[in-house]
Design a protein around this ligand. Structure first.
Ligand SMILES: O=C(O)C(=O)C[C@@H](O)[C@H](O)[C@H](O)COP(=O)(O)O
Ligand code: ZN
Length: 435
């Protein structure tokens, strides 16, 4: 699937291949009003179809459709362990006891290198015990917390550990920790001997709803976030929500930034669940958390099933990220990723209103839902020139032309190509002003 340029037909609809069954092929759906001609080219709808379509395709069979609130909510909350297939290529196992799904990947003699963040001794110990029970050899290597894990020196340290262990192509890397840990572990696996197996055990909300699933692996460079990496899919992703129990509230809230992103791009029920009780969704043990995780993972699974390498539809998962990555870089990764994505979505929404794609009410909804869980909606830390230069390195850019995903209504996305510099600046001014 090739990404479209100005004036080309829509190409970013989740579940487009089945859209006829749902009767949602209207290419004008979601278009609020004609795009501002001077604002850049809006191709649309570069849309995620509604969540019922997305969830249905993503579900392995036992998981409910994401948009099927009547049946989905009950099933999601009562199912102890859910298995969400990513295109039949691997499964995401979510729920109590998820670790047991590791055993199918272990065998006598198989070496398993557990790359883990600090403070995960109990879980790492369980993994090593399982490996030993299967007759394999468990090895461990600690990596730093958060984005510090994604430095080239850490990558080199992990390679050295594999080298010392005599790691072969039959062996297995396991990543334990938040999104940065699984990004790093995936890239270690992608690059060692040109590719070995890996399995992710995300221990943060952001990790399970986003980073651990989808096969984007990589590290940061001084010039920008995730600039070096590879598409390399895990063999499985396992997540027991109990592993998230020790998350700090700011880390949990940051993960909600990616959950809310899924709401805006594909599954408005997510937004409704959060708006119904913003306090409940800040509790990792709340039943609604399982629901939010499953919905977000299903969106991601269907998108990457159809477009692993971000040739088209996958760009929708990058909603808010052009501005977000710029903040992260200029702030030397002191900002949490989900916090930056929250501000990035507000920036994209300010832009979308200016090019005539989004109603101001939907922009206001961005601010209110993000604000309700304590996510930031403004940023005034760096000047526009610095951020604009950082945005030029966005992976969606083509030459000097920036591309943004914009939302025309909740769950419906379009691609905005080459917006006017003046409108970008206006969007920044709006985001940097306090509201
Ligand atoms: O999986 C994707 O595709 C995404 O864009 C999801 C993002 O939330 C995630 O942060 C991703 O790692 C960003 O990728 P990048 O290509 O913009 O570095
Ligand atoms: Zn992200």
């Amino acid at each position: 699937m090739e990404p479209s340029d100005a004036g080309a037909p829509p190409d970013l609809r989740v579940g487009q291949h089945r859209a006829g069954r749902h009767g949602r092929t209207d290419p004008g759906r979601g278009r609020r009003r004609p795009a501002h001609t001077g604002g850049g080219a809006v191709t649309g709808p570069a849309a995620a179809d509604d969540a019922a379509t997305a969830g249905e395709a993503a579900a392995a069979g036992d998981a409910p459709a994401a948009g099927d609130a009547a049946t989905g909510d009950a099933a999601t909350q009562h199912s102890p362990l859910q298995h969400i297939s990513v295109g039949g290529r691997y499964d995401v196992h979510i729920g109590p006891g998820a670790l047991t799904c590791l055993t199918g990947h272990l065998s006598p003699g198989r070496r398993v290198m557990v790359l883990h963040q600090p403070g995960r001794a109990a879980l790492v110990g369980e993994v090593v015990d399982l490996v030993a029970s299967a007759g394999g050899q468990g090895l461990t290597h600690e990596i730093p917390d958060a984005e510090a894990a994604k430095e080239v020196t850490v990558l080199a340290g992990a390679w050295a550990a594999l080298g010392r262990a005599g790691f072969t192509r039959d062996d297995l890397v396991v990543g334990v920790g938040g999104g940065a840990a699984t990004d790093l572990a995936g890239f270690v696996a992608a690059s060692w001997l040109r590719g070995v197996d890996f399995i992710n055990l995300p221990t943060s909300l952001l990790g399970i709803v986003d980073a651990a699933v989808g096969g984007k692996t990589g590290i940061n460079t001084a010039e920008g976030k995730n600039l070096v990496g590879a598409f390399h899919e895990p063999r499985a992703v396992l997540c027991d929500p109990a592993w998230m129990a020790s998350m700090s509230r700011p880390d949990l809230v940051s993960g909600l930034g990616e959950v809310i992103k899924c709401g805006f791009i594909a599954d408005p029920t997510i937004l409704e669940l959060i708006e119904a009780d913003p306090q409940a969704v800040c509790d990792p043990a709340a039943p609604v958390m399982t629901e939010l995780i499953a919905r977000s993972v299903r969106i991601k699974a269907e998108v990457v099933e159809n477009d692993l390498t971000e040739a088209g539809i996958r760009e929708i998962l990058n909603y808010g990220h052009t501005f977000a990555h710029a903040i992260e870089q200029v702030e030397h990764y002191s900002w949490r990723h989900g916090d930056a994505v929250a501000v990035g979505m507000v920036f994209a929404a300010e832009l979308a209103v200016r090019v005539g794609v989004m109603d101001p009410e939907l922009l206001a909804r961005h601010r209110s839902v993000l604000d309700s869980v304590g996510l930031p909606t403004s940023y005034a830390g760096a000047d526009w020139e610095q951020l604009r230069a950082a945005m030029a390195r966005d992976k969606k850019a083509r030459g000097a032309t920036l591309r943004f995903i914009v939302v025309s209504e909740a769950g419906v996305t379009q691609r905005l190509v080459g917006p006017d510099e003046a409108l970008l600046r206006e969007a920044f001014d709006a985001v940097s002003a306090s509201h």
